[in-house]
Design a protein around this ligand. Sequence first.
Ligand SMILES: Nc1ncnc2c1ncn2[C@@H]1O[C@H](COP(=O)(O)OP(=O)(O)OP(=O)(O)O)[C@@H](O)[C@H]1O
Ligand SMILES: [Mg+2]
Length: 188
Amino acid sequence: MTGIAENQENQVTGATIWLTGLPSAGKTTIAYELAGRLREEGHRVEVLDGDEIREFLSSGLGFSRADRDTNVRRIGFLAELLSRNGVKALVPVIAPYADSREAVRKRHGASGTAYLEVHVATPVEVCSVRDVKGLYAKQAAGEISGLTGVDDPYEEPESPDLRLESHTQSVQESAAALHALLTERGLA
Ligand SMILES: Nc1ncnc2c1ncn2[C@@H]1O[C@H](COP(=O)(O)OP(=O)(O)OP(=O)(O)O)[C@@H](O)[C@H]1O
Ligand SMILES: [Mg+2]
C-alpha cells in the first residue's frame, strides 16, 4: 500500500530524465506532456529544453563536436544540481554523442542521483517529414550543413533505460510509458 508519507518522499526524490533523439523526434513534446502530469501529482519539475539553453546558458557555442559536447556537459551539470535537490529535471536535448551522455550519467552516479536515459527513437524518415523547424528542408536545399542524423553523427544509445517509438505511439502513450518507468524505479 502506498501511504501519504511514501508519496511525499517520492515527490522530493529528484531525478534527471534525459530524452535524446534526432531533431523533430518528439523530445520536447513528450517532455512537456510528462511534465504536466508530474506537476499535477505534486512533483517539482523543470524542463531544460535544448533551444532555451542555447539562447542563454550555452549562447556562444556552435555545433562542432567540441561545442556540442560542452553543451551537453553544461546541461548535465545543471540537471544534476536540480535533481540532487529534489527536482525532476526533464532534458529534451539531442545529445548526439555517447561519450557526452556517459559523462552526464557518471556525474549523477557520483552523487547517487537518479538518471534515466530515454531514447526517442523516431526514424530520420519520419523526423524529416515532421521537420518542425524546417532544418531538414534547409539541409536538403544546401542552406545549412551539420544536421544531426543527416550529415552529422547521431550515436544511438545502445542500452537506454527506455526506448520510445514515437512513430507508432501517441504523445500520451509515450509519456505514460515514461511515467510507468518512473513509478517502477520508485521515482513517481
Ligand atoms: N507520438 C508522438 N510523439 C511526439 N511527437 C509527436 C508524435 N506524433 C507527432 N508528433 C509531433 O512531432 C513533432 C515533434 O517535435 P518536437 O519539437 O517535440 O521535437 P524535438 O525532438 O524536440 O526536436 P528538436 O531536437 O528539433 O527540438 C511535434 O510537432 C509533435 O506534435
Ligand atoms: Mg526540442
